[in-house]
Design a protein. Structure first.
Length: 117
């Protein structure tokens, strides 16, 4: 009878350990999967030149200044289309200056460089 009680207690203990271990793996796996499956999102927008200020600007887009895609020049009287990931920055690669951070509301909008120079 003692053996049955000890065996039952051991089985219950091992079952509890396995259940909690499996639960931890599920919780970790789910959060990692959610991070992988949820992309930032790509946004398309336009950048208009500085106009009468007559300044050409070399545009870069990346996670921070100097990273990502560089460089497309926007002439003073032109408008160019760009796209980037939400959270990245649009920067002037010559002056090492952030123009704006990409956010979801920027979709389809036009950034006026004359407002920044």
């Amino acid at each position: 009878m003692k053996r049955i009680v000890y065996f039952g207690a051991a089985a219950l203990f091992i079952g509890t350990l396995l259940t909690s271990f499996t639960y931890d793996l599920d919780a970790t796996g789910s959060s990692e999967k959610a991070a992988i499956d949820s992309p930032k999102g790509r946004i398309s927008f336009r950048i208009r030149g500085t106009g009468s200020k007559n300044i050409s600007v070399k545009i870069g887009i990346g996670s921070k200044i100097g990273y990502g895609s560089c460089c497309s020049t926007v002439s003073p009287n032109s408008t160019a289309g760009f796209s980037g990931e939400i959270g990245d920055v649009v920067y002037d690669s010559e002056r090492k200056r952030v123009i704006t951070k990409i956010y979801s509301g920027l979709e389809g909008q036009t950034i006026e460089l004359k407002d920044y120079y």
